[in-house]
Ligand binder design. Structure first.
Ligand code: NAD
Ligand code: UD1
Length: 356
């Protein structure tokens, strides 16, 4: 059975390709490589010993999408393609709305044209904004606080409207909490562009000696040690959740939302301790001001995914840090070729590549 994976060369997409191939699916990846390298897909082949098809194309390009659907009998789409940096989205909102929202519209149009009505969509816990309480359940109020999060909310609503207009559509909206870690082989992992914004990629670069020390954002949050608490989930557990969601889509119609998290919250200092243990080295830290927009605490109630998808995260934070560290130490420069997309002041996206 052929599955189209948009954004399949990226961090979560490449790990999901491994799980899909291992589960026996055939894969077609479409990715414009604006934030990834084709090397990740070579490594997916290396890990699984299986082949996949790759189209270097933009999901905004209806002609290219049309050709992909003509050339392949696609049964379902797993849709990862999109921009994901919160800070960048504040500076370049139109580029984010265009790529994420219009891109998903073009994809849905192509799917409709070719009678493909099953989609697993990458949403985010960021749609909950500042949660009213924890653990967070799927029916808790949403209210994203930045343009990136609002693109996810708009897409969720758009897919809901589409499903109402045509009940043959079958959609799973997956709200990820904080994906970290890497494949246990150390061959694929997160390859951030420039200085990382997120905690674990930053710690990892401190551990490898590229950055001097971790700046812990705030020490007066209403949490056990004053630092922010999040629900970190191993990317391989997350990838397995996509296979479970796909299996569910193949057997029913409707639209469902699922939290993909572990249900456990860990503080920044917990994560520093876990990484030190995993890497066997000290991570120098200092406390600085809170990062604007950060919340005290966020973790999932993952009961619905457990109940309806038969999925549960199994890997703990030590394993997440060990796998991140293996990936970082084997690939200190990531996938080697760098430079991805940048957005001009006119909100135009420019793609370029530079080989190191
Ligand atoms: P990523 O940047 O590594 O992967 C996204 C991929 O989509 C990249 O390979 C990029 O080149 C591709 N892409 C972007 N725009 C495209 C376009 N117009 N046409 C074709 N390809 C395009 O990001 P990721 O961390 O793997 O995230 C995957 C999805 O999950 C994203 O939609 C993201 O918003 C969502 N998500 C990520 C996180 C996280 O922490 N990583 C959390 C919640 C949700
Ligand atoms: C961030 C995004 C969120 C996105 C998620 C995906 C913001 C406000 N939110 O979530 O929309 O879905 O990434 O990966 O950007 N921290 C430090 N020092 C650092 C980096 C982080 O102390 O250098 C702290 C943060 O204050 C937070 C925790 O580590 O308490 C996790 O931060 P991060 O990894 O950036 O994730 P989120 O903020 O949860």
């Amino acid at each position: 059975m052929k599955i189209l994976v948009t954004g399949g060369a990226g961090y979560i997409g490449s790990h999901t390709c491994v799980e899909l191939l291992n589960a026996g699916y055939e894969i077609i990846v479409v990715d414009n490589l604006s934030n990834s390298k084709q090397e990740s897909l070579k490594r997916v082949r290396q890990i699984t010993g299986k082949s996949l098809s790759f189209y270097k194309a933009d999901i905004l390009d209806s002609t290219a999408l049309n050709e992909i659907f003509i050339e392949n009998k696609i049964e379902a789409v797993i849709h990862f393609a999109g921009f994901k940096a919160v800070g960048e989205s504040v500076n370049f909102p139109l580029a984010y709305y265009h790529n994420n929202v219009t891109g998903t519209m073009r994809l849905c149009e192509a799917m409709t044209k070719h009678g493909v009505k099953r989609m697993v969509f990458s949403s985010s816990a960021t749609v909950y904004g500042n949660p009213v309480s924890v653990p967070i359940s799927e029916d808790d109020p949403v209210g994203a606080t930045n343009p990136y999060g609002r693109t996810k909310q708009i897409i969720e609503n758009m897919l809901g409207d589409l499903q109402v207009s045509d009940p043959e559509w079958n959609v799973a909206l997956l709200r990820y909490f904080n994906p970290i870690g890497a494949h246990e082989s150390g061959l694929i992992g997160e390859d951030p562009n420039g200085i990382p914004n997120n905690l674990i990629p930053y710690i990892s670069q401190v551990a490898i000696g590229k950055l001097n020390e971790l700046k812990v954002f705030g020490k007066d949050y209403q949490t056990k040690d004053g630092t922010g608490v999040r629900d970190y989930i191993h990317v391989v557990d997350l990838a397995a959740g996509h296979v479970k969601a796909l299996e569910k889509l193949l057997g029913s119609t409707g639209i469902q939302t699922y939290n993909l998290g572990t249900g456990k919250g860990h503080s920044v200092l917990d994560m520093v301790g876990a990484f030190e243990k995993a890497a066997g080295k000290k991570i120098p830290c200092c406390f600085v001001e809170r990062r604007p927009g950060d919340i005290d605490i966020s973790y999932a109630n993952p009961a619905k995914a457990q109940r309806e998808l038969g999925w549960r995260a199994s890997k703990g934070i030590i394993e997440m840090c060990e796998d991140t560290w293996r990936w970082q130490s084997y690939n200190p420069e990531g996938y080697i070729t760098h430079k991805l997309h940048y957005i001009t002041s006119a909100n135009t996206v420019v793609n370029y590549e530079e080989s190191l």
